[in-house]
Ligand binder design. Sequence first.
Ligand code: 5GP
Length: 120
Amino acid sequence: VNADSGTPTIFDKIVAKEISSTVIYEDEKVLAFRDINPQAPVHVLIIPKLRDGLTMLGKAEAKHGEILGHLLYTAKIVAEKEGILDGFRVVINNGPDACQSVYHLHLHVLGGRQMKWPPG
Ligand code: 5GP
């Protein structure tokens, strides 16, 4: 999918429950579910249910401040639920050079093993 495209992604189908996922947390604004190809014992994706132009973080505008804050706070809720508050990582891949593959903004919450720094 083109990075600037307004076309729906697979995450819209996950929000609509047309594709099943293992939901960790959900409220009216966000959905958190397990990544299908986990890179750590805990690997959860957090997305805004409504993309609202946020194909990627680089498209953020001032009006997105509230949902961006809510997504980040949800990362803490997920880490708490998953028992990894002592060590977890939050990642946003932005664009092709960062290996973004789904153009619907999402946070990766990773943990449950020793992380390396810097990432590859
Ligand atoms: P990105 O590379 O865009 O930062 O991350 C996209 C993530 O979505 C990848 O880690 C990939 O494994 C995950 N993913 C892609 N398709 C699906 C799916 O259908 N279900 C779930 N649960 N995760 C998916």
